[in-house]
Structures are given as structure tokens and as C-alpha cells.
Design a protein around this ligand. Sequence first.
Ligand code: PEP
Length: 236
Amino acid sequence: MKKISVIANWKMNPPTKKEAENLFSEAKKAKNKNCELIICPPFPFLYLGKGLSLGAQDCAFQKSGSLTGEVSPHMLKQLSCNYVILGHSERRRTFGESFDMINKKAKAAISSGITPILCVSEETKDELIAIDEIREQIQAITKKISFSKIIIAYEPLFAIGTGNPCPTYLAAKRRVLIKSIISKINQRAKDTPVLYGGSVDEKNCKEYIEEANFQGLLVGSSSLDPKKFKKIVESI
Ligand code: PEP
């Protein structure tokens, strides 16, 4: 059986190194043999995560150069970072990342041996527009990329950081839609893991795996609460 991925997106948290050390040591206590735990801390704390599977929250698409503030996938790989979250809605909205940029970043990550976790969001409540939006997004960000080398995370905008999780029936519908879109692009895409993210907590986590059939979870706020996070990992 393929393992369920639980990805912790710490965003720009916690504020201190000491708190990061504590979060890492608490994460190590969360045990579930059916689950692969991936911690995505801010860049400066990656080196503290030895012994855990690590991901970054962004990367550049260039290898090196005069690009103030950027971090390349090649550099991340040297910190034992095997995953990178790309195209998170916060990066697209706050930092103006385009789908083309996300696609370039994903290709660069793959070239460095890093698996991109590509976020797919939904910004409207209109069903027909949402379906087109998801399709266009997936086609743009996965252009000329092998589906065997990526993870997709469905993260509806209304659910991210709001405490307003996506109803399970809707999330399930979207998972089927995403699977059908990617399978039409490439037959082999049927094995691409599709995860759910958006206000996941210790009470609702199981539903997304057992009822909506997602292959994992992308967890924001609840990953900063060691008790909640441990419960999530151990209950799925
Ligand atoms: C996220 O930002 O990727 C996320 C899932 O956040 P939260 O769990 O806080 O909604």
C-alpha cells in the first residue's frame, strides 16, 4: 500500500530557532507506519530538521546568479530537501507568481531531484468557472512535466487558513475532477498523488482520506500545534 503523505506547511513560522527545534522534536514523536511525514519549514530552519523528510516552501527556477533573495533547488537539495511546495495561493496572490513561473520552478526542482508539490486552488464559488479554472491551472503548471515526478495538492481558497474546511463531498468531487483532467493529459497520471489542504485539523483529517480518497494532506495552522499535528498523523 502506498503511504499517505502528511505535509506540514509552517509558512513563516515559528518566529524563533528554539521554537523550530521544539516543533521538529515534537514532529518526530508523531508515529504512523502508513504515513510519510514531510516538514516544510522556512528556509533558515531546514538544517534543523535532520532525521525528518524535508520540503521547502518555494524555490527559484534558476541554478544561481544575480537574483537577490532567491534560493535555488540545487541549494535546497544539498540541505537534504527532497520536496518543495510550489504555487501556493499565498505566493500567487501576495508575490504575483504566474502559472508560467510555477511551471518553470517545477521543472527546475525536478532537474535537481526535488519533487514539486504543486498547489491547485479554486478561487470562485461558481461551479462551472471553478472547473475551468482548475483545468487551466493544471494544464499551465504541469506543461511538459512528467506526472510521475509530482504531487498535486488541491487547496480551495475559501478553506486556506480560514477554519472553514471544504465539505468532504465537494473535496471528493474535486479529487475526481483533478484525476480525470490529469489522466486526459497523460495516461500515467493516474498514479500521481492528489492531496487535500485547507483548514485540516485533528477532527476532519480522516474524512479527506477515508471518504474523499485523497492520498494525503497539506496542513498549515494545525502543523504548528504539536498536539493537533500528532493526532492528525496518528489518526489517519
Ligand atoms: C496551507 O496554507 O497550505 C494550508 C493548508 O493552511 P491551513 O491548514 O491553515 O488552512
